[in-house]
Ligand binder design. Structure first.
Ligand code: PBG
Length: 338
């Protein structure tokens, strides 16, 4: 970039444009709107209208399908374009081979069908593709016979079956969040072969092995399955940015429509670089630990959690992403909507 000519004080006073609210509004380079937000929703297998609080995620709930539908309506009314579903699979249905992931009558498929039947194209529905919500061991993939390794190619086959199961139920976008090699290409090929040419793939390309997933794992009940096991053999190392770019470029080449960086706020350099290198939109996932930390400090009166949440999301947009999954989506959209 050419170095622009820089004026000198007092001819240049940068405070001039900051001096009033109308002027700050005109000078702002990045803005946050409800259209930028994707609302994650935890789904319960219960019948009837059931809503459960999640202790580690203030203002976030688990909903039965019946309770979920009015929340989707609320999201639509607030201008939120998409929800991301996370089914809380009963422990009894979790197995080493994750067969429930392929069940057309699974909780996930029922939720997808219910939302699409009621709202059609008024709201997008996305769902994670990974086996962690269905495995008795809590890993995103299938294990070797000795239980020591997460198998790549066997897992990719299972992920393709899972993705097709969701596509047949009518999901708009699948989000492979498993970090196996080659899964985007395999899913894309299967979608083409079955005629799901418009089903989007939102690739969790740069998903890091992070300490920030704790509240999510307790919310979906995968923490107890996983025990102390690490996902470091498939999720990325927090120190690596070249590798994150490599993942994103591969995923785009394999047919990803959107690439995602996760977690978000500690990885803004990754967002900026991926955005520069890829021609597809970049999304970020403000994960459960990020949200919980802001809310916890707010509860203690140490920060204004609403203000920090808005700041965190705006800064993610500034870093280069066009969509953000956040547990604060409803809360934030209400504030933005005035
Ligand atoms: C795994 C998955 C994770 C999250 C969503 N899907 C992480 C993990 O358990 O490794 C975390 C989301 C969050 O913390 O909000 N497929």
């Amino acid at each position: 970039m050419n170095t622009p000519t820089i004026g000198r004080y007092p001819a240049t006073r940068l405070r001039r444009l900051r001096s009033t609210s109308w002027s700050r509004n005109l000078a702002r380079e990045t803005t946050l709107t409800p259209h930028d937000l994707i609302l994650p929703l935890f789904v319960l297998p219960d019948s009837g209208v059931v809503t459960e609080e999640i202790e580690s995620l203030p203002n976030v709930y688990r909903y039965s399908i019946e309770a979920l539908l009015p929340v989707c309506q609320q999201a639509i009314d607030l201008g939120i374009p998409m929800v991301a579903l996370f089914p809380c699979t009963p422990t009894a249905l979790k197995t080493p081979d994750a067969v429930e992931a392929f069940n057309p009558e699974s909780l996930a498929c029922q939720a997808i069908r219910a939302i699409k039947a009621q709202f059609g194209d008024k709201i997008g529905v996305m769902i994670d593709v990974a086996l962690d919500l269905y495995t008795s061991h809590g890993h995103d993939g299938l294990l070797s016979a000795d239980g020591q390794r997460v198998l790549n190619d066997e897992t990719v086959e299972a992920l393709v079956k899972q993705a097709l199961n969701y596509a047949r139920a009518g999901v708009d976008a699948v989000g492979p969040s498993d970090m196996m090699d080659g899964r985007i290409g395999a899913i894309r090929a299967a979608f083409e072969a079955e005629g799901f040419v418009d089903t989007q793939i939102v690739a969790y390309s740069a998903k890091f092995a992070s300490g920030l997933y704790g509240p999510y794992r307790s919310a979906v009940g995968s923490a107890s399955q996983l025990g102390g096991a690490s996902k470091a053999s498939y999720q990325e190392d927090a120190g690596n940015v070249k590798e994150a770019l490599h993942e994103a470029l591969l995923d785009v080449a394999e047919g990803a429509d959107v690439v995602m960086v996760k977690p978000a706020s500690y990885y803004m350099d990754v967002i900026a670089k991926v955005e520069e290198a890829c021609l597809v939109p970049v999304w970020a996932y403000q994960v459960s630990g990020e949200y919980a930390m802001i809310m916890a400090a707010g509860e203690r009166g140490w920060v204004d959690s609403e203000r920090v949440l808005l700041e965190a999301l705006l800064c993610l947009k500034r870093a280069g992403c066009s969509g953000i999954l956040t547990y604060g989506a409803l809360q934030v959209a209400k504030i933005l909507g005035g």
